[in-house]
Write a protein that binds this ligand. Structure first.
Ligand code: DHB
Ligand code: MG
Length: 221
């Protein structure tokens, strides 16, 4: 099935995703430096992120898990020139690659990359730090419940929270799989269920060039 899913993603991309030298350069530099591409979002997923931000006229974006900053480029494309992105990466090697890709992109929007554990960095933001309009959680999966709670503290009514990798090829349904990354996602679902600070939540399974996975989406009350 994987070949067909990848072919269909390529078909969608060739029709609906315009070429962008910044995105192409980001992927090429990531590949040239020997980093894998499966950690990044697919182009059609990046476009969905961009469109959600555009539809809601978001200006301040928080991203947890920068990796190569490919998704960051999609987030930036959605923003007006006075838009702001704070993106947080826990691994030094990924952060160095991301900073290089961000520098090469010469984006008009302000993109700030911080390196360290996302939970520590969010906690260290000033208490009066202006809340974010859109939050993309894509860092270590075992910390998703903690990240969700911390992100809620940095949200306002109407903030959109988008979480990547919430299906993991169905691993979340396998009771024998008790890996911290999978348990973290299960705990995230339990936390989202009837959370007093969330207005609406859902999750969608996806198949495509990145396999069988999915994303969750929530609106802050
Ligand atoms: C992994 C992480 C991701 O965020 C992703 O989109 C795909 C895979 C991983 O850690 O394997
Ligand atoms: Mg991901």
């Amino acid at each position: 099935m994987q070949q067909m899913w990848s072919d269909i993603d390529a078909y969608i991309e060739s029709h609906l995703i315009p070429e962008d030298p910044i995105l192409t350069q980001t992927l090429k530099n990531t590949d040239d430096k020997g980093f894998p591409d499966h950690l990044a979002v697919a182009a059609n997923q990046g476009m969905l992120l961009q469109m959600l931000i555009e539809m809601n006229k978001c200006k301040r974006v928080l991203e947890l898990g920068t990796f190569a900053a490919y998704s960051t480029m999609w987030l930036a494309r959605a923003l007006p020139e006075d838009g702001y992105i704070l993106t947080i990466e826990g691994r030094d090697t990924h952060a160095a690659l991301a900073q290089e890709n961000i520098n090469n992109a010469k984006l008009k929007q302000s993109v700030e990359l911080k390196v360290g554990r996302a939970a520590d960095i969010i906690r260290a933001l000033p208490a009066d730090f202006e809340p974010f309009d859109f939050i993309f959680i894509d860092a270590d999966k075992q910390s998703y419940p903690e990240y969700l709670e911390l992100c809620l503290e940095r949200s306002h009514s109407g903030t959109i929270i988008f979480l990547d990798n919430v299906i993991r090829a169905g691993d979340i349904m396998n009771p024998e799989n008790v890996k911290p990354s999978i348990q973290g996602i299960r705990d995230m679902y339990a936390l989202m269920q009837n959370h007093p600070r969330l207005r609406s939540s859902t999750a969608l399974q996806t198949v495509g060039s990145k396999g069988h996975d999915g994303f969750a989406l929530a609106i802050v009350k």
